[in-house]
Every structure is written in structure tokens, then in C-alpha cells.
Design a protein around this ligand. Structure first.
Ligand SMILES: [Zn+2]
Length: 63
């Protein structure tokens, strides 16, 4: 168990989700099983941007 709870933020969760979804997309579209190549990197960044600018994130940042 991690001692530093700062690792468990909403933003970190969204980054993890983006990373894992990118793996699924790269596999589905290109049949690439593993690795963190250019396609994975680009898709992860786009998903992260999408998730972090989502309306929910904006509502949370208002408080
Ligand atoms: Zn990965």
C-alpha cells in the first residue's frame, strides 16, 4: 500500500484510464499487443486532453 495518497488523484485516474484505453484502441485498430509506440502516445494524449477538459472536471475545479 502506498504511503503517499497524492498518487490517488482524479487526474491520475484519468491519465491511467487514457493510457489503458489507448492500449485497447491500438490493439483493435492496428493489432499491436504491447508497447508504448507513437500511436499509443498520441492516442493517450488526445484522450487525456478530452477527459481533463470534460465538463465534470470543470465542475470539480469550480470549488
Ligand atoms: Zn501501457
Amino acid at each position: 500500500m502506498a504511503e503517499n495518497n497524492e498518487e490517488y488523484t482524479y487526474e491520475k485516474l484519468l491519465e491511467t484510464i487514457a493510457h489503458e484505453i489507448a492500449h485497447c484502441i491500438v490493439y483493435d485498430l492496428y493489432g499491436e499487443h504491447k508497447g508504448h509506440g507513437d500511436k499509443h502516445k498520441i492516442i493517450t494524449e488526445e484522450l487525456k486532453h478530452y477527459l481533463l477538459t470534460d465538463k465534470t472536471m470543470k465542475i470539480l475545479q469550480k470549488d
